[in-house]
Write a protein that binds this ligand. Structure first.
Ligand code: HEC
Ligand code: HEC
Length: 631
């Protein structure tokens, strides 16, 4: 019955008013405006929605962590990027199943299709390339290097260029499709961060990039993180000012929105929509394109509330409706495009995780009370989906580089200085200067005086359901295998040689970077901290120079190394920053041996570490299938 209905809908395509799918998103509306595709990142599915009927037609399993979806031409085929398993999956929406899986380069994120559906382009986040796929033969025809950490992707209206954003700097690259060359570059700023989306005006004059700004020398909820929108003047010559930046907090008269996530433009080019994933609201704006104000709030409208944690927005091809994916309501909201009056909500999936995990994800991503009373900042502003933010912060206790949170459940204690022993201790971060929230726990906690680690004395687990939920979510990020390996469990010859050096008595690396997580960290007291000669010459350091051994898994993805982030490469960790052989012995290694050692470090993890160790904490999400039976 459903299939018949669907076939009828797809047959009804008729004249195509406008083209929605020119930029990457978790949502894509069919060119005829009836069928909406929704990529459900946590569920590992794509939902197919009949928009006029406000009805979910199907939820199709695709695989782990879909991050983008697009119709291929007028359908019935669609394509999805699977960030976790490095695949592009092709769906037949009539048959409601996957028809082809294509292995692609590491971390496919953004995806867009040409209007005729013959070509697909994909950004590969860490790997830093754009791949081009021939959809008729399911084949990667080109892979073009751009830069490390690229996410946002949009196609120019004339389909001759691709626009690509640098995630950690809001750079914009212009790729000429015919030649496969980067023909222009609009540099962002070292403070610009988390630029995961770009949208191009239908007249081709401007690109819009939502992002945040991080001021790493200020650890204060009202001074560290700012919501911004960069507007790029694509056609201006290089000697003119080609970028404008709008501070979206002052834009809203200091009714602060947090974590601008995705924007959309109406097909007639007159309306601009921007959603905020941290404050669950949005801006509705008129586009002025006046080289000065650029956008203005329509009729002076204030921020408009939407659902929980919106991550995608699309406008219907006729410009009459707006769709917003409120991801943690598991619903797509349908709104009147002129007024943003809500018209319908369509449930598209349910969470495959536990209610506690979902609650934790909401708390981790929100910039609303009681996490913070100032609205500028969320845990996710610095730890987006458990990734690092590419920054080193000047904290009161010293320089501290944001680590990725993968494997956290097994690598406690926490912080470079091991001054915390449970994620619930982040109640101190929530109540402290950085977030200035009321906290998730009722009543007082031991006050923090100076730098003494009172967190280690105060046991917070089990005292607040919300705080425990935050811990369960924060402890749930796991590693994926390194892209530098030959196959799971198999190293390159260079990495194999490096492994022998790593394990050798002489270098001594494995004495501290030991066990399956490559760290000797353990919750057994006293904690093992080490002075490896990295904390002496920093006048701002207040609690060093001994640090907790970090895991080496996944560090190929770092943008910098060591607690202070001053080492820009792994080579520097082993040479410039290890002059006296205090950090393992490295001075005897030849250039070739150092290269081999680095090749090994880049290959971690080359096999999946165990999901249970003697040091694993109880507050984490374990899929029902993997839970061990009660004793
Ligand atoms: C302003 C950016 C920022 C915000 C906001 C932030 N963090 Fe962090 N986080 C950091 C930095 C920097 C570190 C490293 C600090 C250190 O080790 O001393 C860190 C470390 C951590 C660690 C320890 C990781 C490890 O491997 O030891 C956890 C867990 C963590 N943060 C969770 C949270 C939670 C939960 C929140 C929200 C309540 C939060 N963070 C808010 C920047 C931030
Ligand atoms: C005495 C214990 C110890 C030994 C031996 C040791 N490490 Fe470390 N390692 C640490 C500690 C502690 C840190 C954190 C230091 C800091 O951030 O200032 C660290 C940091 C690192 C980092 C940076 C990780 C990151 O995320 O920034 C790398 C890479 C590393 N070690 C590799 C090695 C290699 C390779 C060897 C052998 C040559 C080695 N380590 C030997 C304790 C040790």
């Amino acid at each position: 019955m459903r299939n018949v209905l669907l076939a009828a809908l797809l047959a009804l395509t008729g004249p195509i008013a406008a083209w929605a799918g020119s930029s990457h998103s978790l949502l894509d509306i069919h060119p005829a405006g009836r069928l909406l595709l929704v990529a459900n990142t946590d569920s590992g599915t794509v939902s197919l929605v009949d928009v006029p009927a406000r009805q979910l037609l199907a939820e199709i399993p695709v695989g782990e962590k879909p991050e983008g979806v697009t119709w291929i031409g007028n359908g019935p085929l669609a394509a999805v990027t699977l960030y976790w398993t490095d695949e592009v999956v092709f769906l037949d929406t009539k048959l409601q199943r996957v028809v082809h899986r294509l292995q692609v380069a590491n971390e496919p994120y953004g995806i867009v299709a040409s209007r005729d559906g013959r070509r697909l382009w994909i950004t590969h986040d860490y790997w830093g390339t754009v791949s081009e796929i021939d959809t008729r033969h399911y084949r990667v025809v080109r892979e073009i290097p751009v830069a490390r950490f690229i996410r946002g992707l949009a196609l120019s209206p004339d389909e001759t260029k691709l626009y690509i954003t640098g995630y950690y700097n809001a750079d914009l690259y212009v790729l000429d499709i015919a030649s496969g060359k980067i023909i222009d570059h609009f540099p962002g700023h070292e403070q610009y961060n988390l630029a995961r989306n770009v949208v191009v005006h239908p007249d081709g004059s401007r690109a819009y990039i939502p992002h945040i700004r991080t001021r790493t020398h200020i650890a204060d909820s009202a001074g560290s993180i700012f919501p911004e929108l960069s507007i790029i003047h694509l056609q201006k010559p290089k000697n003119m000012k080609r970028r404008t930046r709008i501070a979206m907090d002052t834009f809203n008269n200091l009714a602060v929105p947090t974590n601008p996530w995705e924007c959309a433009i109406s097909p007639d080019g007159q309306t601009f929509y921007l959603i905020y994933a941290g404050t669950d609201d949005m801006n509705l704006c008129d586009i002025l394109n006046d080289d000065y104000q650029e956008i203005s709030r329509r009729g002076n409208t204030a921020l408009i509330p939407v659902g929980t944690h919106p991550r995608a927005i699309r406008v219907s091809p006729d410009g009459k409706e707006v769709y917003i994916y409120n991801t943690l309501d598991f619903q797509v909201g349908v709104y009147d495009a002129r007024s943003m009056r809500p018209l319908a909500r369509i449930t598209v999936t349910k969470s495959p995780k536990s209610p506690e995990w979902v609650r934790g994800k909401i708390l981790f991503n929100t910039a609303k009370p009681p996490l913070t009373s100032r609205r500028w900042i969320a845990c996710a502003s610095c730890h987006p989906d458990g990734h690092h933010d590419g920054r080193t912060w000047q904290n009161p206790e010293g320089l501290r580089r944001t680590p990725q949170l993968f494997g956290l459940a097994h690598t406690h204690p926490l912080h470079w200085s091991a001054d915390r022993d449970e994620v619930q201790d982040f109640e101190y971060t929530i109540r402290g200067r950085l977030m200035q929230g009321h906290g998730l726990l009722a009543g007082p906690i031991k006050p923090k005086i100076g730098f003494a680690p009172v967190e280690l004395e105060e046991k917070l687990a089990g005292r607040s359901a919300d705080l425990d939920a935050l811990a369960i979510y924060t402890n749930s990020f796991s590693f994926r295998l390194s892209p530098y390996i030959v196959a799971p469990g198999k190293l390159t010859p260079a990495a194999e040689r490096g492994k022998a050096i790593f394990l050798s008595k002489e270098t001594g690396c494995a004495t501290c970077h030991s066990g399956p997580y490559y760290t000797d960290s353990s919750l057994q007291r006293p904690f093992r901290l080490h002075d490896v000669g990295t904390g002496q010459d920093d006048p701002t350091e207040k609690i060093g120079p001994q640090y907790d051994t970090p895991t080496l898994l996944g560090i190929y993805r770092n943008t910098a190394y060591l607690h202070h982030g001053k080492a820009k490469t792994m080579h520097e960790v082993l040479t410039t920053f290890n002059p006296y052989d205090k950090h393992g012995k490295t001075s005897h290694l030849s250039k070739q041996e150092l290269d081999d050692l680095v090749a090994f470090l880049l290959s971690l993890p080359y096999e999946y570490p165990p999901e249970e160790t003697p040091n694993t904490v109880p507050y984490r999400f374990v899929p029902a299938a993997k839970r061990s039976p009660p004793p």
